[in-house]
Design a protein around this ligand. Structure first.
Ligand SMILES: Cc1ncc(COP(=O)(O)O)c(C=O)c1O
Length: 366
């Protein structure tokens, strides 16, 4: 029986992790977290990074730090993972789902403008825009930054999937007021659970850091003037992150090479499409995803599953999720079509034999 080929495999360099941990044997262990934050600051070019225990926690802190509160509207991509939306709900705010554009599959600036006009007419503007750069591909940041400026609302980047991607040569997560990364097990840089808040704004940084440690005020005794969270990253997670981050560009090159091989093969069928990377966008191609003619994605998933190859339909849009039934949405049908006809293919590290197995299945589609 063939072993399973996972969707997004990251090898564990246990020797390097052990060696890194040994470097800190005599240090205060929180130094590992601080050093990981410093490396993130260098990698992304932001002034401040706060390492936390998940990307979801990072989104929660980021939204709170830009002032989102109960009853506020947040304009957010409908085509995403649920972790983007849940923190809006934690804050008592209200998600307003925005559909995707065809080229990047990311939030459509034209629909954002429609939403702003709608809310302006009602007399209450949304409190923030939360943009997701999905599967590693940058959203149309020039247009989004312009809209945020025009309407005077903060822009928050959910770059959970996007370390190593950039826009205008700036790393994703560093372009707006505040950005978020995830380091869960399937991401290109992993801490086996973790995330980060990125910002150039000192006051956002101070607040995120404060809330992430139960809002403890630095007195000799335990003193708390508001309610915080236990969100800081653990030291061993940061240790793994320091090792993983070192290999970022190699991992990006590997993911991009996998994508190119799929695209080269699939382009012979002109009805198959994918996210287009146009300058100034540079994608880490976290997951290789394709949209097929009707029924083909389902057929491919069945064929792959028989060969123990993991694939996954593209995100089921948030406006279709029962958890958010009744939420307002500005739609064009793009995200629903992506869900209906799209599939993510294995995109992590794989050996020759695994590569062969996947392409044998792709050949059966012809
Ligand atoms: C778009 C997006 N946002 C947020 C998250 C949340 O990250 P985490 O799993 O680290 O909480 C993820 C990943 O799971 C994601 O893909």
């Amino acid at each position: 029986m063939n072993s399973k080929i996972p969707l997004s495999y990251n090898p564990i360099d246990s020797k390097a992790i052990a060696a890194k941990a040994r470097e800190y044997e005599d240090a205060n262990h929180s130094q590992l977290v601080r050093d990981f934050e410093t490396e993130l600051e260098k990698t992304t070019g932001v002034a401040h990074a706060v390492a936390v225990n998940s990307g979801t926690a990072a989104i929660h802190l980021a939204l709170k730090a830009v002032g989102v509160k109960a009853g506020d509207f947040v304009l957010v991509s409908t085509f995403t993972y649920v972790a983007t939306i849940n923190p809006i709900i934690y804050l008592g705010a209200v998600p307003v789902f925005i559909d995707s554009e065809l080229q990047t599959w990311n939030i459509d600036p034209q629909l954002i403008e429609d939403a702003f006009k709608h809310f302006a007419a009602k007399g209450k503007l949304p409190a923030a825009i939360l943009v997701v750069h999905t599967y590693g591909m940058p959203a149309n940041m020039d247009a989004l930054l312009n809209l945020a400026r025009q309407y005077g609302v903060p822009l928050v980047e959910d770059a959970a999937e996007c370390i190593g991607s950039s826009y205008n040569n700036k790393p994703l997560g560093s372009l707006a007021e505040v950005g978020v990364l995830s380091f869960n097990q399937n991401k290109i840089v992993t801490t086996f659970g973790g995330g980060a808040v990125l910002t150039n704004n000192k006051s956002i940084y101070n607040q995120a850091l404060h809330w992430a440690s139960h809002a403890r005020v630095a007195y000799e005794y335990y003193h708390h003037e508001e309610v915080g969270y236990n969100y800081k990253m653990g030291s061993l997670n940061a240790c793994a992150g320091l090792v993983s981050l070192r290999d970022l560009q190699t991992a990006v090159n590997q993911r991009r090479a996998v994508f190119e091989q799929y695209a080269e093969f699939l382009k012979e069928d002109s009805t198959i499409t994918w996210q287009h990377e146009h300058p100034p966008a540079y994608s880490n191609r976290w997951l290789s995803c394709f949209v097929f003619p009707p029924q083909q994605a389902q057929r491919l998933q069945q064929l792959a599953s028989k060969q123990q190859i993991e694939t996954r339909p593209l995100w089921k849009p948030m406006h279709l999720q029962p958890a958010f039934a009744g939420a307002r949405a500005f739609l064009s049908g793009v995200a629903e079509n992506l869900f209906k006809n799209g599939l993510c293919l294995p995109s992590g590290q794989m050996n020759e034999a695994q590569h062969e197995r996947i392409f044998q299945v792709l050949h059966q589609l012809r």
